[in-house]
Design a protein around this ligand. Structure first.
Ligand code: ADP
Ligand code: MG
Length: 681
């Protein structure tokens, strides 16, 4: 099937170069990609309802014959109505088309059709406006609806898909080996591809979905196992001793049991594991992940080796750098900061010292990934806020030096079983306990009509020496959005918060400016910080006890939880105020969920329920390959089966080199190429 899969979309009949561009916009460049461009939804024309039973306001299909002639009435210039009455012999349905003589002409009195549309009107007079219709000879079926783009309709996509399906070779090689197909009673690939697009009934559609979901999850699991297998190399960087007690004694607080446990689990891997550590630390915001990382970096340094700590933003890298310096002060552990905006001379100096081994811990951003950073004895790589890093980047880091240990810290609390499967290539430690004395953050949702009261509430806290954030939702940090954030901050400073000091923080500021602003906020010089979501991850200023989120409906649930995690980090009572005039039901549910609970795991579950994992993980950005059909929450059972199957397959054939596994191998490569895992060959 290789040739068909690669066939350029423009070579299909009726496509051509111009329309091909539109397909490209939808992410479809080849005939093969088109096969896997699954319908977004379906129109069910398979089980027509009697007119009297059709629900109001939900699209449905009705089978009826045309009971009158089509009448035309010109209401005014440019507006003509075409009316016709249809009947299923029990009831009547009144149909109206606007300005559509073509549709009206196709309907013949006395003939029978399927009509598809929403029923309106009253119980005694049912109506449909501009329905789609087909003669009954077409037969009952379920029609695909594709995501469209301007200039390319779902019907045009449908006809291109039909062409590809018709040109599938016979027999069509199936990438899932026969015994597995038999074991799980999966349908064949041909059936699945045809019926996912053109099912005649729900049973067929379900069978097709089940097979394709299984395949997707199987490929995902195989990919993760292979990645993990790649790391099953000799452990060259074993730690010889455990200095964690000495580190804990240095801390200004006593670590929680969860922190101690996580450190012990990591040290177990690093001291006694036969292969390098590959571990995920999951903990809700504020659970103290940084201290866990610090303990490990400290132990590494005590063994004369080096660590690298990577953060997703410069602000966070700088903050970690200061935290690490504080924790390590006077211990002889040398800490350095290396980011994209370090000067060339600084970079050169730090690189030299890393190579010489004078620096034991380097904190940075992606700049640490560049190839010219070499370490003398890199033993540990920590990436913070894992969801911003891809699987591929992680693998790239792992290749640095001599197979270092890998620790990933994630603040997206997801159920443990799910984490184990999604990050199938990682072991998991959970920080399921917050430091003592934390009070729940009181969260309120208020309409913008109460804005002045919200400002008064902020002022009350500022006057008491505390600090606050106002978060603005900038979707794109583009120039005009940034200008309006600047304007907003200026206005607050000059009007509502005159006499207080207001600062502004956004992602496009120069690194030095950002650092200065964060420093001013940390030390209390700035009292009210207006910020974009750059503060979403990691920022830690315990004296900030109040957060106001503007247009809160624009944020996802997990993101709101992350934002809220910037307050409630000390012993003082903290508040989060969500300003929103949301009308939309889903947005209301999100805001209510935030007010109801502080528990990140519950929030994550609700978020998964509301959005589905595709959006939840933001697929590519978070390094999880794009799943088209599978839902990691609702398809948990299939995920289990896929995981078992993957491990059995790899036990027989560790690198999928058998001919029977070639199809799967190709797919694994394709899926993981999306997330930049180039090393899988
Ligand atoms: P997160 O898990 O969100 O990254 P941090 O590591 O930033 O959390 O820690 C949040 C705050 O809690 C920091 O101010 C940190 O110093 C403090 N902290 C961490 N562990 C403890 C502890 N065991 N007791 C008291 N405070 C702690
Ligand atoms: Mg953190």
């Amino acid at each position: 099937m290789a040739s068909l899969f690669e066939k350029d979309i423009s070579l299909l009949k009726g496509v051509g170069p111009k329309r091909a561009q539109l397909f490209h916009k939808l992410g479809v460049a080849t005939a093969g990609a088109l096969l896997h461009f699954y319908p977004r939804a379906y129109e069910d024309w398979s089980s027509p309802l009697p007119i009297a039973q059709a629900p109001f306001d939900n699209p449905c299909c009705i089978r009826a014959f045309v009971a009158s002639q089509v009448s035309e009435s010109r209401i005014r210039k440019g507006l003509s109505l075409y009316k016709v009455t249809v009947s299923d012999s029990a009831s009547l349905l009144h149909i109206t088309f606007f300005n559509n003589p073509y549709a009206a002409k196709r309907l013949k009195e006395g003939e029978e059709y399927y009509f598809y549309g929403k029923v309106g009107g009253t119980f005694t007079r049912r109506e449909m406006t501009s329905p789609l219709f087909e003669p009954v000879e077409t037969g009952p079926r379920i029609r695909p609806i594709y995501s469209q783009t301007e200039g390319l309709s779902t019907r045009q996509i449908e006809s291109a898909v039909r062409q590809v399906i018709q040109s599938l070779p016979d027999p069509l090689p199936d990438s899932i080996p026969q015994p597995i197909i038999a074991k799980y009673r999966l349908c064949s690939l041909r059936f699945a591809l045809e019926k996912i697009h053109f099912p005649t009934n729900h049973t067929e559609l379900e069978a097709a979905r089940r097979r394709l979901i299984f395949e997707e999850l199987l490929v995902l699991q195989l990919g993760f196992f292979l990645l993990k297998g790649k790391r099953r190399k000799e452990n060259a960087m074993r730690l010889s001793r455990d200095d964690s007690s000495a580190f804990f004694a240095r801390l200004p607080f006593s670590p929680t049991n969860a922190q101690r446990r996580a450190v012990a689990e990591c040290l177990q891997d690093m001291m006694h594991g036969s292969s390098p550590m590959n571990r995920l630390i999951q903990g809700d915001v504020g659970s103290g992940k940084t201290a866990v990382a610090a303990a490990l970096c400290y132990c590494v340094a005590c063994c004369g080796m080096q660590s690298a700590l990577m953060a997703p933003t410069e602000i966070l890298a700088e903050q970690h750098y200061h935290t690490m310096q504080n924790f390590m002060q006077g211990s002889g552990v040398n800490v350095a900061l290396l980011t994209g905006s370090s000067s060339a001379a600084e970079k050169r100096e730090i690189r030299q010292q890393l190579q010489d081994g004078n620096i034991s811990l380097v904190v940075g951003t992606h700049a640490l990934l560049t190839d010219d950073v070499a370490f003398r004895r890199l033993a540990l790589v920590v990436t913070d806020e894992q969801h911003r890093f891809g699987v591929g980047q992680r693998a790239k880091l792992a290749q640095k030096g001599n197979n270092p240990h890998l620790l990933v810290m994630s603040a997206t609390p997801i159920p443990r079983t799910l984490a184990l499967m999604i990050y199938g290539d990682l072991d998991v430690s959970v920080l399921d306990e917050l430091p003592p004395g934390r009070q729940p953050i009181d969260t309120f949702w208020v309409g913008s009509n109460l804005r002045q009261r919200v400002y008064a509430f902020i002022k009350k806290h500022l006057a008491a020496g505390q600090q606050a954030y106002i978060v603005c939702p900038l979707v794109e940090e583009n120039d005009s959005d940034l200008a309006s954030a600047q304007e907003y901050a200026d206005r607050l400073q000059q009007e509502d918060f005159r006499g207080y000091s207001v600062g502004l923080l956004h992602g496009k500021m120069k690194a030095a400016e950002k650092e200065q602003t964060m420093r001013d906020f940390s030390c209390g010089k700035i009292q009210l910080l207006v910020s974009t979501t750059v503060i979403e991850v990691g920022v830690d200023v315990p004296n900030a006890v109040l957060m106001v989120v503007e247009n809160a409906e624009r944020f996802g649930l997990s993101q709101l939880h992350q934002l809220r995690g910037r307050v409630g980090r000390g012993k003082q009572k903290s508040y989060c105020i969500l300003l929103s005039d949301a009308q939309n039901e889903e947005a209301k549910r999100r805001l209510n969920a935030m007010c109801r609970t502080n528990d990140g795991f519950q929030i994550a579950e609700e978020d998964l329920r509301l959005r589905g994992p595709g959006d939840f993980f933001g697929a590519r950005q978070h390094g999880l390959p794009d799943l088209k059909l599978a839902n990691l929450v609702t398809d948990m059972r299939a995920l289990n089966c896929a995981q078992q199957t993957a491990s059995q397959l790899l036990a027989q054939d560790p690198d999928l080199s058998l001919a029977a596994h070639r199809g799967l191998r190709v797919q694994v490569k394709r899926l993981f190429a999306q997330v930049g895992e180039g090393g899988m060959n």
